[in-house]
Design a protein around this ligand. Structure first.
Ligand code: BGC
Length: 889
């Protein structure tokens, strides 16, 4: 049975600009050994006319197809069905739809409009109290509106909208869609994403009003930490561009587009900034401004100013929007000695608060400050936010009750300090969690509650930092799309959530930030004034990320779209390092960032050079570029050889003799076979000597458990996992962490907080061990050569645990594993989706006694014995649900 239909990795997307969109589905079946024989996809227009028929395709492994029909029409809904045929000839079908967007920048007619920036508010000398409102030189948000008539309620209405800045748009007073911080962050100099909304139900016969508020956002607000260029990276004031397309019953169409006949005014949002926060002055609120009967004039309204008409950079957004995904109740509200309240949401997260305030007089101020931690005195700790003010301000208008929720900012916090209210009930304040709405795809749990808490903290790190783009942290004046952070965390991220579309969007930014010489950057999207060349492990993300996405999602377009950029990156490194040791053009060479034991820079860089060359060769092979595959394959072999000659001794010791040096050499397969055992031995010694403990930074941390496991030392991986002294994953959890910290020792009771200059409590990089929880502890993995979870590898590593389980919604369908160990019996349940096969490694003291469903494996239907290893039996299975039992002490 097909289910979970997607177009371009999104369910029922509006606004697809890809000319040959990928249509995909997942499969489920209650029957063991069920496998699809083939599929057929048909695409129809709204009127039912067939547009494309793939015809029967005999591909038992396919779960997707590229649309191959005639050119798609703009702003058109297409319905599609997939029919899957089982090997027994039975068919099952499912249906979905997608809708095209504008398809081409030339299809737009709208202009960029805003409030005339030359019209400034009159300035009065500040009164006492006014100066206390630090506005950081930010301007008020802008309101824009346009009244229009509809002769009759339209049969279809679509709104295509974007902003240089952030927008919130309404039809007749009702907010359109639920996207937050739209249109998201791109290098606006290269591309500006637009979103499409179905507003059919909002437009009525007669008078209507289209109304928007726009704010600075990434376009003209503060971004990053560079004090010489702290804001206005792309522009100086926000602008809106929108087209409302109305289709009438008689087939005629109308367009309401942003242009000079709109009206503009300053918004009561006195400023709104991602880093600084947001201030609403409700005294300036004019209820009804966004309704059809608002009138055409009124105080402060004037003709909108046309700022620009360039539409050439408009692209449909490909990533899922940021949404308010869940709410966190206040766990405690504590009155503060000096007045005000301290609210604890019990969880560090990215988002904002919603506050209900009562009994305020006009002009009263409520100030909400945000922080991740409390200091020794129990007060809000904000030193680590650096220049990010992270403060929201409500100026009361005099209503008996006011609900305040900022709209154009977000903060990284667990605690909020609220001043200006005489009382605050826990029920009056809520944490609103924002993140890119990547569908959650994975679940993990095990018998150790500490490890479960670690998994939770890792997952919250992902939620908090996938906000439009993958960021390093959500709280301080940074929040940049650092490439290495994303690269090392990606394998974990892919198991937690479906991040295909999210990373597809971000990779456009990674490519866009590439220099003419081929250097990827360190951050993407690019910021004005930032042009550093990618450091080893940072720039290499431009190669490693597409490759990993291809493996997880089986979508070759990740390689097609990125191959040229991958080749250019490897050529760049090669060109400047003809002796194949990467020591020139290493950008800011961050090395194994924040490692307790540093790894020599040239070892680390050269390892990444070899890895990028090797993956580029493999990508070229997949895409069918034989010449490139051969060229980069040969280069990779030479870099590997150089690495060994320069850095590896005859007994397998790697120069620097650090955990990360061995991890890179082993994970990237740089060593000749005869040197591997020596390197593994030395790695194990180093881990043992450290406690067992780890001494890696960002670049080694995600590799340590998988590499130890792959080389027979899962015992050490478990020891690291359960260690509680720093550096370790559990140490922060013992000290109140609810997200993974940037530093192993972000806080210690002996020394207190680490340097406030760089000490985030919500950084996901060190949480990249999350991958091994699924792959190692629960044993849910795909085989090394497999893509799109076609060939599964189920190999649980129980360690001293008594149980673990994982579920993962793969591109092919649901994969799950769950094992328990009780009274000498190991029980393993496995679910394999149709069309996939699996090799299952069952740990046991008695391989001959292993049963499936109570029957000896040799006789169990759909199970074949593939071999035995030290204390394990290997079986091959096809799709279906299985329950193995085995003796294991
Ligand atoms: C960021 C990182 C990033 C690093 C570069 C830091 O300021 O927070 O996560 O990768 O700089 O070394």
């Amino acid at each position: 049975m097909p289910y979970g239909l997607r177009c371009e990795h999104r369910a029922e997307p509006l606004g697809i600009d890809e000319p040959e969109p990928l249509l995909s589905w997942r499969l489920s079946s209650g029957r063991r050994g069920d496998a699809p024989g083939g599929f057929r996809v048909r695409v129809r227009a709204e009127d039912g006319a067939q547009v494309w028929d793939s015809g029967p395709v005999d591909d038992p492994s396919a779960v997707s197809v590229r649309y191959g029909g005639p050119a798609l029409r703009p702003r058109t809904r297409y319905r599609w069905t997939v029919e899957v045929t089982g090997t027994d000839g039975a068919t099952a079908r499912e249906e979905s739809w997608f809708e095209t967007g504008m398809l081409s920048p030339s299809a737009w007619s709208a202009a960029w409009i805003t409030h005339d920036p030359s019209v400034q508010d009159v300035v009065d000398a500040p009164e006492e109290g006014e100066v206390a409102l630090a506005d950081h030189g930010l301007q008020p948000a802008v309101r824009l509106r346009r009244a229009f008539e509809a002769p009759a309620a339209p049969v279809a209405a679509r709104l295509y909208v974007t902003a240089r800045g952030l927008y919130e748009i309404r039809v007749n007073g009702t907010r359109v869609g639920d996207a937050e911080l739209a249109p998201g962050w791109t290098d606006y100099r290269d591309r500006i994403d637009y979103q499409a909304y179905d507003v059919t139900g909002l437009v009525r016969t007669g008078a209507n009003m289209l109304a928007a508020t726009i704010a600075d956002g990434w376009w003209s607000g503060f971004v990053g930490f560079d004090e010489r260029r702290s804001g206005a990276h792309y522009g100086t004031f926000p602008q809106l561009l929108a087209e409302l397309h109305l289709v009438h019953a008689d087939g005629s169409a109308d367009v309401v587009a942003t242009c000079g006949d709109w009206q503009s005014a300053r918004s009561p949002v006195r400023y709104a900034d991602l880093l600084m926060g947001e201030c609403h002055d409700l005294r300036r609120e004019t209820p009804g401004w966004d309704l059809p009967d608002a009138g055409h004039d009124g105080e402060g309204w004037r003709t909108a100013w046309v700022a620009a008409t360039d539409r050439s950079r408009l692209t449909a957004s490909v990533a899922p929007p940021v949404r308010a995904v869940r709410e966190l109740p206040a766990r405690t509200v504590t009155p503060l000695a000096g007045g005000g309240f301290l609210v604890d949401f019990g969880q560090n997260f990215a988002g904002r608060v919603r506050l209900t305030a009562r009994g305020l007089a006009p002009g009263d101020r409520v100030v909400i400050r945000h922080g991740e931690a409390l200091d020794e005195a129990g007060a809000l700790y904000t030193a680590n936010l650096r220049t990010a003010d992270a403060t929201d301000v409500l100026i009361a208008g005099g209503d008996a009750e006011t609900v305040f929720e900022p709209r154009f900012t977000y903060h990284g916090f667990r605690y909020a300090e609220v001043t200006g209210l005489s009382a605050l009930d826990a029920g009056d304040i809520t944490g609103v969690v924002l993140h890119s709405d990547t569908p959650w795809a994975g679940e993990f749990t095990c018998s150790d509650p500490d490890v479960d808490r670690l998994h939770e903290a890792i997952s919250w790190g992902q939620r908090s930092n996938f906000v439009g783009v993958p960021t390093d942290c959500p709280q301080r004046d940074e929040r940049l799309g650092w490439l290495a952070d994303a690269q090392v965390f990606l394998p974990t991220a892919c198991l937690n959530a479906d991040v295909a579309a999210f990373f597809d969007g971000w990779l456009r930014e990674v490519r866009g930030a590439q220099s003419p010489d081929g250097a990827f950057g360190n951050v993407a999207p690019r910021l004005a004034g930032v042009s550093d060349e990618g450091a080893p492990g940072w720039g290499d993300a431009g190669v490693l990320v597409p490759w990993h996405l291809y493996r997880v999602y089986g979508d070759e377009r990740f390689l097609e779209r990125n191959l040229d950029a991958m080749c250019a990156w490897v050529d760049h490194v090669h060109r400047h390092n003809p002796d194949l040791v990467w020591s020139n053009r290493t950008g800011p060479h961050f090395a194994d960032w924040l490692a307790p034991t540093p790894t020599p820079r040239d070892v680390l860089a050269t390892a990444y050079f070899a890895r990028s060359a090797a993956l580029t060769a493999r990508a070229a092979e997949v895409v069918g570029s034989e010449e490139a595959a051969a060229r980069y394959g040969a280069l990779a072999a030479h870099v590997r050889k150089t690495f060994t000659e320069r850095f590896v001794s005859a007994d397998g010791r790697v120069h620097g003799d650090t955990q990360t040096a061995y991890l890179l050499a082993l994970a990237f397969e740089l060593l000749p076979d005869d040197l591997v055992p020596g390197a593994v031995r030395r790695l194990a010694e180093l881990v043992e000597e450290a406690g067992p403990g780890l001494t890696t930074g960002f670049l080694g941390v995600g590799l340590i458990a998988p590499v130890l496991d792959a080389h027979g030392r899962a015992d050490l991986a478990h020891a690291l996992l359960r260690r509680t002294d720093p550096p370790s994953w559990l140490y922060p959890l013992r000290h109140g962490a609810t997200t993974v910290w940037e530093r192993w020792d972000g806080y210690t009771p002996e020394r207190g907080f680490q340097a406030a200059a760089m000490n985030s409590f919500n950084h996901y990089a060190l949480g990249s061990v999350g991958e091994w929880l699924y792959r190692g502890v629960a044993g849910l993995d795909q085989a090394p050569g497999s893509t799109g979870y076609r060939e599964l590898l189920i190999r649980p590593r129980p360690g001293a645990l008594s149980g673990a389980s994982a579920r993962y919604e793969s591109v092919r369908g649901l994969v799950s594993t769950g094992w328990t160990r009780r009274d000498g019996v190991f029980e393993l349940r496995v679910a394999v989706p149709p069309g996939a096969t699996a090799t299952v490694h069952i740990p046991t003291d008695d391989p001959a006694g292993v049963r499936e469903g109570g029957t000896p494996v040799a006789d169990a239907p759909g199970v074949s014995v593939a071999g035995t290893g030290p204390r394990e039996l290997r079986c091959r299975i096809g799709s279906g649900d299985y329950r193995f039992t085995a003796a294991l002490q």
